[in-house]
Design a protein around this ligand. Structure first.
Ligand code: NDP
Ligand code: 8X3
Length: 256
């Protein structure tokens, strides 16, 4: 009997990460799910444990000691991480640099860049030891374009794309695939986080728009994982049909 593949997903407590955990559980993966909100993590684990083996690791990707000790705590089959999905990420605030809140910048840089680097440094050796693996970094349209007031968030996602490109070269000898998924607008808790809990402002982002769903992005992730060994998707820019560029949306009433 061949054992099931193991996927480690950061930020599986909501949005794209949670949808991906659910889809991969249905498609034969054992899961290591992570996030800071323990109750949410427990709920996802409870729901998926009837379908597949689930290990939950509760840590903040910004805390390097916690990242390394969580990954070092993996034992038995859980060391055999086949797939790493670096999904945990966020935008905090939306404003010009000259009015910027430095703590917001730190949260974005520490999560979207340094958190991903810590995860890569912790997990890649496990993949190299087995001469196989697939790393999927969840980037953004904000890595391909910039927009007014998006300065630091766009910067973190541009940096992530650069890191993704470099590691693809570094990991070539080890048969480790590296894929970047760059979504446009997806309706998740992203805007609620960006606007620090202001529900009205967050809901306005999606009002009369036709965003992607987290399940749409999960489908793309599964597709990339299902590619045969000789094929890899380097990068997938996946947009709502009603979004031509980061700030150009066709609303439900047809207005642009
Ligand atoms: P959500 O806010 O719904 O989910 C974000 C996830 O990241 C949560 O599970 C959260 O878990 C986790 N997370 C955030 N900070 C940390 C941290 N410091 N340590 C551990 N986990 C953390 O948003 P999305 O699903 O939309 O976001 C997922 C990814 O998709 C992000 O990288 C985002 O930049 C990217 N993206 C989103 C788009 C969108 O329009 N929604 C478009 C393009 C890209 P918890 O709070 O429990 O720690
Ligand atoms: C999230 C998409 O357009 O809000 O990565 O930056 S956007």
């Amino acid at each position: 009997m061949t054992s099931k593949k193991i996927a480690l997903i950061t930020g599986a407590t909501s949005g794209i990460g949670e949808a991906t955990a659910k889809l991969l559980a249905q498609h034969g993966y054992d899961l290591i799910i992570t996030g800071r909100r323990k109750e949410r993590l427990d709920e996802v684990k409870k729901e998926l444990s009837s379908i597949t083996d689930v290990l939950s690791l509760h840590f903040d990707v910004r805390n390097k000691e916690d990242v390394f000790s969580a990954v070092q705590s993996l034992n038995g089959k859980w060391k055999n991480v086949d797939v790493l999905i670096n999904n945990a990420g966020l935008a905090v605030g939306l404003g010009p640099v000259h009015e910027g809140v430095i703590d917001d910048w730190d949260r974005m840089i520490d999560t979207n860049i340094k958190g991903v680097l810590y995860m890569l440094k912790a997990v890649i050796p496990l993949m190299i030891a087995r001469n196989s693996g697939h790393i999927i970094n969840i980037s953004s349209i904000a890595a391909k374009e910039v927009y007014q007031n998006g300065n630091v968030y766009c910067g973190t996602k541009h940096a992530l794309d650069s890191i993704t490109g470099s590691i693809r070269m570094e990991l070539l000898p080890y048969h480790i695939k590296v894929t970047s998924i760059n979504p446009g607008m997806v309706e998740t808790e992203f805007s609620l986080v960006r606007f620090k809990g202001d529900e009205e402002r967050a809901n306005n982002v999606y009002k009369n728009a036709e965003p992607l769903t987290p399940e749409d992005v999960a489908d793309v992730i599964l597709y990339s994982l299902n590619c045969p060994a000789h094929m890899n998707l380097h990068e997938v820019l996946v947009m709502p049909s009603a979004q031509a560029s980061v700030r150009m949306l066709r609303k439900k009433d047809g207005t642009i």
